[in-house]
Design a protein around this ligand. Sequence first.
Ligand code: TYM
Length: 330
Amino acid sequence: LVRIFSGIQPTGRKHLGNYIGAIQHYVAGQDAGESIYCVVDLHATTVPYDPRELRERLYDTAAILIAAGLDPERCILFRQSDVQEHSELSWLLSSVTAWGDLNRMHQFKEKSAAQRDLVSASLFTYPVLMAADVLAYRATTVPVGDDQRQHVELMRDIAERFNARYGEILVVPDGQFPEVGARIMDLQDPARKMSTTGGSVEGTVYVLDEPKAIEKKLKRAVTDSGTEIRAGADKPGVTNLLDILAAARGTTVAEAQASMADARGYGDLKAATAEAVIALLDPVRTRYEELRTDEDRLEAVLAAGADKARAIAADTLADVRRVMGVGPAR
Ligand code: TYM
């Protein structure tokens, strides 16, 4: 039995990396097994944020996911904070999490270095909550982009240590990383991944960008010396464009490269990529605009999703509490 779980932060504006590396695969997951998707508002509180904006961004993100093709009848879509079991499990799992492992997390190092003010304890324990998200559902499969590899490794370690200590209660999940587009790079700096924080606005294509903006950003994408259109370590800019082209069309990178065999130069590659990305994102933006206006409906969808999610998570928590000796005997 395949049970898919993934989470996405409701921070900032969702970008092409999120879409290609994750959201597309959430949609496909609906046909692959039981699938559960969570907008992780608790994770968004680990760095400075504006509370009112958090709620807005949460609706934005939920609407983007539905617009992309998540069907609340075919998957469970919910808001993390609506299912309090995540928080409790996070605390309980922190007792089988090595401090040294958390201290090795690249994402903590990067994000803590970027803080001007407080480096919160929750930024440090972020991966434990992420482990709780997945393990609460005994999920088998976690579709994520390449930047989450270390976090997935850690949640596997946590599940294994828990099971070794308390018995086989939790499922050790597998990460599922896309073959194409697992790491989309910033168009202005192909050495850096496309991201909500840290990247450049010109180098980041947002899911909700208008076609004109997408075209402009791709036209100005940084490329490499030479004129040959091929993927390779010596051509990070061109490789990124081919990766985007392939992922947007749903082909392999080799196929994308072959399709450019008659191109006259990088300009043609940029134009083809812009066209493919617009074809991918334009319908999403249109549907988003309809969905986003009805917050009551979004709220109802999330609440119904949370009810279904809670039923599964509560069952896991009852087992975890029992084997850990927490609470009354049942
Ligand atoms: P978040 O919200 O930063 O990103 C959501 C998803 O998008 C992927 N992604 C990318 N893929 C390809 N290229 C890129 N440039 C790129 N940037 C982001 C991410 O890998 C991710 O899959 N910690 C998670 C959220 C989370 C989670 C979970 C995920 C919380 N709990 C449980 C899985 C399971 C995060 O910050 O994703």
